[in-house]
Design a protein around this ligand. Structure first.
Ligand SMILES: [Zn+2]
Length: 355
C-alpha cells in the first residue's frame, strides 16, 4: 500500500518537475526575445547617432550583431525566429529584411565569430586605447539604455535577466615604451552553459590565437602561456546593484594560464572559479593582443610551456592543437548544432562575414 502511494507521489513529483522545467524554458525564451529586441534597438540607435563611422562600417557592425543574435535565437531550445526579435512597429521588420538580407538568411547556415556583447565592445572600444574610464562610462550608458528601454508593451527588463550581458570586461596591454598596443575582451556573453561552451569551441577552432586556443583546451593540465615583460591586464566586473564596472582581480584559471602579466587588481587566491576555461574576458583580450602583435613583429613575445616544462614554438602549438583537440572540439560543435537542426558540415566551416 505504502509502496503504491510512494510510487504515485514520485510520479506526481516528476510531473511537477517536468512542468517547472517547461516553465523555466519558456521564461528563459521570453527573456531571450526581450534581450535581443532591446539590444538590436539600442545598437541601431547608437549607430545612427554616430557621426564618425562610415555607413559601410555601420552596416558591417549591424549585420554582425543581427546575425549573432539570430543565430543564438535559432539554436536556443525552444527556438526563436529572427523576426521575433524585431518589433513589428513602423515597418521595422520589412526594413531589416530589405536592408540586411544576409543575416536574415545565414543565421542557420553560418556561425558567428563573436557574441553580441563582444561586437558591442569592439564598436565602443575602437580608438579608445588608454581611456578605460570613458569606455566604462559608455558601456554603462549603453547597459542602462538596454534595461530601461521598454518593449512594445512598455515592459522593462531586470538587469540580471538580460541574456547577452557580459559580466566581465578585460583590458590588456603590451607596452615597452616603443610599442603600445591595447585590446579589449568580453566574457562569454550568452546565457546557458551549452551556448557558452559552443562559443568557446568555435573560438578555439577559428577565432582565437592558437596559443590561447591550445592553453584553453588543455584546461587544468597546467599548460601556460609565459609572456615576456611589459604585459598588463585590468578587468572590470559589472555590478547590477551599483550600475557600474568595478575592478576585479583575475580568476585562478587565468592567473595560472597567463604567466608574467601584471594584473590589476592583483590575483586574490581566495577567488574560486566555477566556470569553463576560456569563459573570461581576459582570454578574448589576450588573443586579440597576440594576433595584433604577431602581425606587427617577427619575434613572438610569449612562449607556451607544457606540463612537462617543454617550450613550444608556433608550429608545435598548432600541431599539438590539431592532434589533441581539433577533432574533439569539432565533434562538440557538431553535436550541439545537430541537436538544434543547424545545417553544419564539419569539413566546410562557414563563419559569418558580411560582404
Ligand atoms: Zn579568468
Amino acid at each position: 500500500m505504502n509502496t503504491q502511494r510512494n510510487n504515485a507521489n514520485h510520479k506526481q513529483e516528476e510531473k511537477e518537475l517536468q512542468r517547472d522545467r517547461i516553465i523555466d524554458k519558456e521564461a528563459q525564451r521570453v527573456n531571450l526575445v526581450k534581450s535581443g529586441n532591446r539590444f538590436i534597438i539600442a545598437f541601431m540607435t547608437a549607430l545612427s547617432n554616430d557621426q564618425k563611422l562610415s555607413s559601410e562600417e555601420k552596416n558591417n557592425y549591424m549585420q554582425r550583431l543581427l546575425h549573432a543574435i539570430f543565430f543564438l535565437g535559432y539554436i536556443n531550445d525552444p527556438s526563436v525566429s529572427p523576426m521575433e526579435f524585431i518589433p513589428s512597429l513602423n515597418n521595422l521588420q520589412e526594413l531589416i529584411k530589405t536592408k540586411f538580407p544576409e543575416p536574415c538568411e545565414k543565421y542557420k547556415t553560418h556561425l558567428p565569430r563573436q557574441t553580441p556583447y563582444s561586437i558591442l565592445l569592439e564598436y565602443i572600444g575602437r580608438g579608445m586605447f588608454n581611456n578605460n574610464n570613458e569606455l566604462m562610462e559608455q558601456l554603462v550608458a549603453f547597459n542602462k539604455s538596454l534595461w530601461q528601454l521598454g518593449d512594445e508593451n512598455g515592459e522593462t527588463l531586470v538587469a540580471n535577466d538580460f541574456a547577452f550581458a557580459a559580466a566581465v570586461i578585460a583590458h590588456s596591454k603590451y607596452d615597452d615604451a616603443k610599442t603600445s598596443i591595447v585590446t579589449y575582451g568580453a566574457s562569454m556573453s550568452c546565457k546557458g552553459k551549452d551556448l557558452r561552451k559552443l562559443m568557446i569551441a568555435i573560438s578555439t577552432l577559428h577565432v582565437w590565437h592558437k596559443a590561447i586556443s591550445y592553453a584553453v583546451c588543455c584546461g587544468n593540465k597546467q599548460v601556460k602561456i609565459k609572456f615576456r615583460d611589459h604585459f598588463y591586464c585590468n578587468a572590470y566586473n559589472f555590478s547590477t546593484k551599483e550600475y557600474a564596472y568595478i575592478p576585479v582581480s583575475p580568476c585562478s584559471l587565468c592567473y595560472c594560464m597567463y604567466e608574467n602579466v601584471t594584473f590589476h587588481p592583483e590575483f586574490n587566491s581566495n577567488k574560486y572559479a566555477s566556470w569553463a576555461y576560456g569563459n573570461c574576458g581576459e582570454t578574448e583580450s589576450f588573443s586579440k593582443l597576440l594576433l595584433l602583435l604577431e602581425s606587427s613583429r617577427n619575434d613572438p613575445l610569449f612562449t607556451v610551456i607544457d606540463n612537462k616544462g617543454v617550450q613550444l614554438n608556433g608550429t608545435e602549438i598548432e600541431n599539438r592543437f590539431n592532434k589533441e583537440y581539433k577533432r574533439s572540439m569539432t565533434d562538440y560543435v557538431n553535436n550541439i548544432l545537430k541537436q538544434r537542426n543547424f545545417t553544419f558540415d564539419p569539413k566546410a566551416w562557414q563563419l559569418f562575414s558580411p560582404v
